[in-house]
Write a protein that binds this ligand. Structure first.
Ligand code: SF4
Length: 411
């Protein structure tokens, strides 16, 4: 038995409107369902609190900033009572159209010290195309408001490869976003998830994907972020070591810049975490569970004193280590062999010898004395490289990997 879990994710499943590319679980904001959600969330928090000592907390969604001041006060009161405040890093995702000065101040006053602002693009036509509810002006206003409320660690989420996004539009977004001088940038290529309007448009031939343009946009991203003083520490994530002229404590470690997202580092390095809220996934002591992806059903299960699980799975150790190896390859610093062994019990160089050799042969990876890491070329193929590291659960221990229905779940 290890100590309490140090990482907490809370899913807030409400959005003002569904974006055209989004496959996350969320639904229309409805006042009475939101009240019910908050009450159920407090029950779920109480359930896991004895096994939690959070060093990182992340409220994602959905749109957490759709919760009202009263909702946030209820949540913070419960977290205080349960001794869950005081995390080193406490992030809340914010939509620029849903922030107010009062909300920003309330979050800051209760220990939220990092905001992740969903910008995506600063091109008004593309914001419209994506179905975003905010304007570029609201991004600038929200950013100022956050700074005035005392937030000195802000992430901007951007997207490239958006249908209709020219190189000149992408350069404009990058220029304006970098001029804001945030501490962190997350920049993702658009993914076409099934069951989204954007996927349907692609299938219907409404537009074509221009891979060359997307590669050129990624190149531009790497150049401009490096020029602006960001350090790429993961395929899609960039952070500063110092903030403006004020400076700060310097790198988080030899592997990560000061403003790297600690919460995500825990995911990539295979750490445990609790996920609360509808559809949220937890990974605790080798067992992965997923909550019901239906807000009323999730509320009802908790109201009746049960757990709101859709399924649970306990992967055999080798399959689990394979996933850990795969996730960790996304990190620019790669996998230190010693850390991988202490996390998983396996030696990366022995168990994955053939894969490491193949990755090196392709020019995607490099075996250094103390670690394996992807090269800049390999980082572009991180998903394919990650897939090579996976070990089918059935091979490792037949039948052990199928998600169990929630009624068969352990307590
Ligand atoms: S605001 Fe975020 S979670 Fe909501 S629909 Fe848009 S992308 Fe999805």
């Amino acid at each position: 038995m290890t100590g309490p879990v140090a990482s907490l994710y809370i899913h807030v499943p409400f959005c003002a409107r569904k974006c055209s590319y989004c496959a996350f679980y969320s639904e229309a904001a409805d006042a009475s369902l939101m009240d019910r959600y908050v009450r159920a969330l407090l029950r779920e928090l109480e359930r896991v609190a004895p096994d939690l000592r959070p060093q990182t907390i992340f409220f994602g969604g959905g749109t957490p900033t759709l919760l009202t001041l009263r909702h946030w006060e209820q949540i913070f009161r419960a977290m205080e009572r349960l001794n869950l405040l005081g995390a080193a890093e406490f992030t809340v995702e914010a939509n620029p159209a849903t922030l107010s000065a009062d909300k920003a101040r309330l979050l800051r006053a209760h220990g939220v010290n990092r905001i992740s602002l969903g910008v995506q693009t600063l091109d008004p036509a593309l914001l419209d195309r994506l179905g975003r509810i905010h304007t570029p002006e609201q991004v600038f206003r929200s950013y100022d408001l956050l700074r005035r409320a005392g937030f000195d660690n802000v992430n901007l989420d951007l997207m490239f490869g958006i249908p209709g996004q020219t190189m000149s539009s992408w350069k404009g977004t990058l220029r304006e976003a970098l001029a804001l001088q945030s501490e962190h940038l997350s920049c993702y290529e658009v993914i076409y998830e099934e069951d989204t309007p954007l996927f349907a448009q692609l299938q219907a031939g409404a537009f074509a994907v221009d891979e060359d343009l997307i590669c050129a946009q990624y190149d531009r991203l790497l150049e401009r972020t490096a020029d602006a003083g960001f350090h790429q520490y993961e395929v899609a994530n960039f952070a500063r070591n110092h903030r403006g002229s004020a400076g700060c404590a310097g790198p988080l470690s030899t592997e990560f810049p000061a403003y790297a997202c600690r919460h995500n580092i825990n995911y990539w390095r295979g750490g445990d975490f609790y996920g609360l809220g509808p559809s949220a996934v937890s990974y605790v002591r080798g067992v992965r569970t997923r909550n019901l992806a239906h807000t009323p059903a999730w509320c009802e299960a908790l109201e009746q004193g049960g757990r709101a699980l859709a399924w649970r799975e306990a992967l055999p150790p080798l399959a689990r280590a394979g996933e850990t190896a795969a996730f960790g390859l996304r990190v620019v610093a790669g996998w230190p062999y010693a850390e991988f062994r202490s996390r998983t019990g396996y030696d990366l160089r022995e168990e994955w010898a053939a894969e490491l050799e193949e990755l090196e042969r392709r020019g995607w990876g490099v075996r250094e004395p103390d670690r394996f890491r992807l090269t800049p070329t390999g980082l572009r193929f991180a998903d394919a490289a990650a897939e090579m590291m996976l070990r089918p659960a059935a091979d490792a221990s037949p039948g052990a990997s199928e998600p169990a229905p929630f009624w068969a779940a352990a307590p």
